[in-house]
Design a protein around this ligand. Structure first.
Ligand SMILES: Cc1cc2nc3c(=O)[nH]c(=O)nc-3n(C[C@H](O)[C@H](O)[C@H](O)COP(=O)(O)O)c2cc1C
Length: 151
């Protein structure tokens, strides 16, 4: 039952080295894509990252609270095009939690790493993520979700 997942879910910030399968990663992204969207405008842009070196680079985007990205084996940058929808933060939050609940259902761990309004080395963390990922400069970045297998 869904309530069992809700009851057992806990944020996980340390993961084993064992990578996710392509199917697991794909199901997680599908769950985020299928989250509700205001007026169905769909401003959210999910950017999957399976390259561990790139995930470690993303861990440097902010000064605190990005530890989960130091061992994650999969991550999704949750970005949005604000010109598409004014309530992109709500839409992006829903995509984030849908992916976390899918991970839970797959027996995987996950952690929401906040990017919006956070800083790294005196610079907005959003700028650092956009640069590391080569994202469109007009996109906003809400979060990076870290995924992996629980120890
Ligand atoms: C909006 C939001 C931002 C969060 N940002 C971070 C973060 O930057 N780093 C982190 O390690 N955890 C982050 N978390 C996870 C929370 O710390 C965590 O959900 C909270 O401590 C409750 O623990 P639980 O998820 O195990 O119930 C965030 C959660 C939310 C909802």
């Amino acid at each position: 039952m869904f309530i069992d997942l809700v009851r057992s879910r806990k944020t996980c910030r340390r993961f084993t080295d064992e990578p996710l399968s392509e199917e697991e990663a794909s199901l997680i992204v599908e769950a985020g894509d299928k989250a509700p969207s205001s007026r169905n405008l769909r401003p959210v842009r999910l950017v999957p990252v399976a390259d561990v070196g790139r995930i470690r680079e993303l861990a440097l985007c902010k000064d605190h609270g990005s530890d989960a990205l130091l061992t994650a084996t999969f991550a999704v940058v949750v970005a949005a095009d604000p010109s598409v929808c004014d309530v992109w933060i709500e839409d992006a939050s829903l995509a984030t939690i849908f992916m976390q609940m899918e991970a839970e259902d797959l027996g995987l761990g996950s952690c929401w790493v906040q990017v919006r309004l956070r800083t790294g080395d005196g610079e907005p963390a959003e700028d650092r993520v956009r640069r590391a990922m080569g994202l469109d400069p007009s996109w906003k970045v809400l979060s990076i979700v870290a995924f992996g297998r629980r120890p």
